[in-house]
Design a protein around this ligand. Structure first.
Ligand SMILES: [Zn+2]
Length: 400
């Protein structure tokens, strides 16, 4: 049963990152556009009608597009140096599920669509789930258009280069209204299914999570000529804040907080930095817990900055409250699949964004390493096949 991975095999060479390992595929970059081409080709080969919505999400329709559609999909972009499965497994499994249903002569009564979301990881423009947030209207179009990547290219410029009209970015009620039910299949990003000894689960909930930028500003100067007592080095409060992040997260049950990206400017070995930008990712089961962790970190950052004669500016770049997936839908899916387990997740998903607007469910496929957002992320071929079969079963019941 190798069919579920055939799509993954086809794209295995696209966006491989020799420096970081794994894959670097980011919204509207050359690699992600190549993956969109590949998807469009695959969908057309299956007779699906491919359309790009105002926000750059790709819809491949089986049947006439319309209200009450059963929609499944995920994303093709990755984090920097990410695994092969996070995102693409959901897209390739959706195509495999279409094949399975076709082969058995199934004709959907409701319209069915495979949806590929743009820039899910926020790897280029910093805001995760950008395509679904724009679609659902949970990010302002003006704010989104002005987001910039590391080279200073705005999202507006990037979508224009990809052939879209930046003026049309934003909440798309017409597209959203077509979704009757959304189901996203995703590789599990934890150890839940390893511990349960099961290949597939349904999702229960997503943590309340967000991203914050902390900009520490001091005084750039010479590393040799500046006496230790004369320095205002923003690297000091930044470093102290990293330690505070661990302590603050440990104090709140089930909270997680991470600094995975630090950018000293100008970034020279013999230069005291003038600013240090640092990004915080914080999550916990509820809004209050996540806010408490961030407040604690912010207080520590301010204190450390003041002690060094530096300033700190904290900006919330994105936030999503706790998501509890539609429990009736979740239980129906679990039942159809023979009583598969339900698991919470610490990872964010487009399905989490859509859940606020339409009935939404997720399927997880076992990841034997338990590692994700890293090259070691994995899913066995048989488990991928089990996932595609489960997705086909669910789509058949929902759309039949
Ligand atoms: Zn993902």
């Amino acid at each position: 049963m190798g069919f579920a991975n055939s799509g993954l095999d086809e794209i295995a060479g696209v966006g491989a990152d020799p420096k970081r390992g794994g894959y670097s595929r980011h919204g509207f970059d050359r690699v992600e556009l190549e993956l969109r081409e590949w998807f469009t080709e695959q969908a057309r080969r299956r007779g699906l009608d491919v359309r790009t919505d105002r926000n750059g999400n790709l819809w491949a329709w089986w049947g006439t597009p319309g209200k009450g559609a059963i929609v499944t999909g995920s994303h093709l972009d990755s984090v920097p140096g990410g695994g092969a499965f996070d995102g693409p497994l959901g897209v390739t499994s959706a195509l495999a599920a279409v094949d399975l249903l076709r082969d058995k002569g199934f004709q959907p009564v409701k319209p069915l669509a495979v949806l590929v979301f743009a820039e899910e990881e926020g790897g280029r423009f910093g805001v995760p789930c950008l395509g679904s947030r724009l679609l659902a209207g949970t990010i302002e179009a003006d704010k989104a258009r002005a987001l910039t990547d590391l080279d200073g290219t705005t999202l507006g410029d990037a979508v224009r280069a990809a052939g879209l009209d930046p003026a049309r970015l934003g909440r798309d009620d017409e597209a959203l209204a077509t979704i009757g039910t959304f189901v996203e299949l995703h590789v599990e990003q934890g150890r839940g299914l390893i511990d349960l000894g099961a290949p597939v689960a349904v999702a229960e909930s997503i943590l309340a999570h967000g991203r914050w930028r902390l900009r520490f500003t001091g005084e750039g100067n010479h590393a040799g000529a500046t006496l230790m007592g004369d320095r205002r080095d923003p690297m000091l409060p930044a470093a102290q804040t990293v330690v505070a992040v661990r302590q603050a997260a440990k104090a709140v049950p089930q909270a997680r907080a991470t600094v995975g990206r630090v950018l000293p400017v100008p970034g020279g070995t013999n230069v005291i930095a003038s600013t240090v930008d640092m990004w915080l990712d914080a999550r916990s089961p509820d809004d209050a817990g996540t806010r408490a962790v961030v407040a604690e970190i912010a207080a520590a950052a301010r204190e450390a900055a003041a002690a060094e004669g530096c300033a700190v500016e904290i900006t919330e770049e994105s936030y999503g409250d706790t998501v509890v997936f539609d429990t009736a839908l979740r239980d129906r899916l679990a039942g159809w699949l023979g009583g598969v387990p339900a698991l919470p997740t610490g990872a964010g998903h487009d399905a989490g964004v859509l859940a606020a607007r339409v009935p939404t469910a997720m399927l997880f496929v076992r990841n034997p390493t338990g590692i994700s957002h890293a090259p070691a992320e994995h899913a066995e071929r048989d488990d991928c096949a089990a996932g595609a079969v489960a997705l086909a079963e669910v789509l058949e019941r929902l759309a039949g």
